[in-house]
Design a binder for this molecule. Sequence first.
Ligand code: ATP
Length: 407
Amino acid sequence: MVKKTKAPVTYAKMKGVVSYFTALIKDKKFGSSHSMYYRQMDFLRSESLSEDDGAAAVCFSDPPTEEPQSRVSAADFDYLKVIGTGSFGKVFLAKHRENGTHYAVKVLQKHIILSRKEERHVMCEHRVLLKTLNHPFLVKLHFSFQTKDRLYLVLDYACGGELFYHLQRELVFCEPRARFYAAEMASALGYLHSLNIVYRDLKPENILLDSAGHVVLTDFGLCKEGVAGRDTTRTFCGTPEYLAPEVLQQKEYDRTVDWWGLGAVLHEMLYGLPPFYSADRFEMLRNIIYQPLVLKPGVSSGARDLLKRLLNRDRAKRLGAKRDLVELQSHSFFSSIQWDELVAKKIPPPFIPSLSSPGDLTNIDPRFTDLPVPQSLGACEEYGATFPGFTYISENTSSLSVQTRGH
Ligand code: ATP
């Protein structure tokens, strides 16, 4: 099992390191690599711009529209514990003061977003959250609102914790359990693809479990992973062991990167390590790009065949390249899965997280829950609509009897 680290390596730096060493591995020309590094960073900058112009159509530079006043505000919640950390702030377990419901509240610091020029990416994550409200295995947004200094995203609390928190304890999952999680993830990814969204960033810390043991994917990668220029300081958490080789090599890529990511995660669930793993990070990068996939015995031939097809370096031949999710659904590894029942959450999860109450923190890593909760959260925060279009109240929860607080 790989120990996950949240090293303070910026995304841009990591990309740069990856580019640099990819170039070294490929060309073995140390003399030319410096200029290649900068050429690649320019490429990343132009890629980022074209993405923002395309699928991420809510541009921050759009003329600001008048922000509707939200009936929900930061002061409506009690912030109980930190349950996760990210690039722009923290995620808190919070309880709605009036209805007593527990939520995961992602609080983003505006000054960090602005200083890193990441407004577009944050708005795009918000937009993807709004587009994907109706899938059982994608995190659901209930409210979003802003204060002068912060953005708040109020999400379902996935109290089962990170899937890999459980895997780290158990080392490997038995095949039926791995199959169940892989099928739920595949279903979520296929749904995103049907909306022309590529997740791109399937990684352990983004795969959570709900109270019943179903998968919940968080952190929508398309916008979040929009690559910024070389001056960006966005944190790149962990290592690139789940990234497809074409992403590492900065070649053109498409939705099949998600099927590679699923293969990497499935490999880790079955073998306890991601494919091509090496404790030496650069060795691992080289392995992902060049090393033949070796699948040790100990898992069924169906599982190995699926892994080989998902972890095919040729994205045109990768499983899912032609008919996306449908190709995975008809693979023998998934033959026991009734997909309609799966999406209807009628297949009983193989593991039910032990929980004593809806706000239970048993499955959340103490490295988060031990962090302090800032007293200033929700306390007389000044209103500020510097992110037009951010306010949202879900239809299901709009009937909440919440006090009007003017923002
Ligand atoms: P990154 O810097 O990795 O992009 P981020 O700022 O986008 O992070 P998230 O990945 O959305 O933040 O959340 C950070 C962590 O908070 C997650 O890895 C997870 O452990 C926890 N978390 C996020 N959303 C939820 C949720 N709905 N329920 C429970 N925990 C959550």
